[in-house]
Design a protein around this ligand. Structure first.
Ligand code: C2E
Ligand code: CA
Ligand code: CA
Ligand code: CA
Length: 274
């Protein structure tokens, strides 16, 4: 490698500024991305780990930036939250997901990710009610997924909004369960219908006895609390077997199907099995 000496310092600073500039540019581009029709939803199946029959699909947002091409939601969702653009973006997601799902077979549900910032607007339950009415999707076919790490402080406020949403007949799922600092206290205080176990537990259960014990514990807790359990990030048949053995209600992951722009009539795995 070349020794750069002082040059490195000089180069490093403009590089930092460039990263900041790009971030600011992305943030500003996000403001107009809905109007410019740059978003699309992809859908990933959630299946019964025993029979592989499909319960529904999770809607996952995709942004194709006019200059940069595809940008990951892991990158742009936090930017959209910081700038406030998450409001109109989240509304577009909910609307498009309900619209698409209203054309699916009537036994399939759609799960939509909702940012805590979006949820904590007092108008959120009314927004959900309006979109369900406009798209004609029965409330029972919509699940709202909430990331627990994003649920900060005010439990009472969040619980009131979740109760209003559930009163419509919509289900609430706690996403990425186990990754936050206070999963169990959230669970005790928030009304949820579904727990989605974070991929990290599913991935390590094969090789790590402690992860396996945690998975078993969550599954048992779900049964006792009458909360459905869905395991995320299933990539191998062995991981599927583990979820099946502990009595998981649902499973999701590349093994059953990757997120795609359209909905398949069956999972690729089931197509192979039958
Ligand atoms: P998430 O809600 O936990 O979604 C699951 C993520 O895991 C998705 O990444 C999905 O593509 C990926 N995944 C699914 N199966 C597998 C697997 O078997 N192996 C591996 N390695 N990954 C798998 P994606 O689509 O990049 O989304 C990342 C995160 O961005 C989501 O995590 C969610 O928190 C957020 N997000 C996505 N769409 C939306 C949205 O419409 N609104 C909001 N607020 N957040 C969203
Ligand atoms: Ca999710
Ligand atoms: Ca998740
Ligand atoms: Ca996640």
């Amino acid at each position: 490698a070349k020794r750069r000496g002082r040059g490195q310092v000089v180069r490093f600073t403009p590089g930092m500024r460039e990263a900041d500039r790009q971030r600011a540019q992305l943030e500003s581009d996000l403001q107009s991305a809905v109007e410019r029709d740059e978003f699309r939803l992809h859908f990933q199946p959630i299946v019964n780990p025993e029979t592989l029959s499909i319960f529904g699909y999770e809607a996952l947002l995709r942004w194709t930036h006019p200059m940069r091409g595809p940008v990951s939601p892991a990158e742009f969702i936090p930017l959209a939250e910081a700038s406030g653009a998450i409001g109109p973006i989240g509304e577009w997601v909910l609307k498009d997901a309900c619209l698409k799902a209203s054309a699916w077979p009537s036994d399939l549900y759609v799960a939509v990710n909702v940012s805590a910032l979006q949820l904590r607007s007092a108008r959120f339950p009314a927004l959900v009610a309006r979109i369900l009415a406009e798209t004609g999707l029965p409330p029972q076919r919509l699940t709202i997924e909430l990331t627990e790490t994003a649920i900060v402080a005010n439990h009472d406020e969040v619980a009131a909004i979740l109760n209003a949403v559930r009163a419509l007949g919509v289900r609430v799922a706690m996403d990425d369960f186990g990754t936050g600092f206070s999963s169990l206290s959230h669970l005790r205080r928030l009304p949820v219908d579904v727990i989605k176990i974070d991929r990290s537990f599913v991935t390590s259960a094969e090789i790590d006895r402690n992860s396996m014990a945690v998975l078993k514990g969550i599954a048992q807790m779900g049964r006792d609390m009458e909360i459905a359990i869905v395991g995320e990030g299933v990539e191998t048949p062995a991981q599927r077997d583990i979820l099946r053995r502990i009595g998981c209600d649902g499973a999701q992951g590349y093994l059953f199907g990757k997120p795609t722009p359209f909905v398949l009539p069956t999972t690729p795995m089931l197509a192979r099995a039958v």
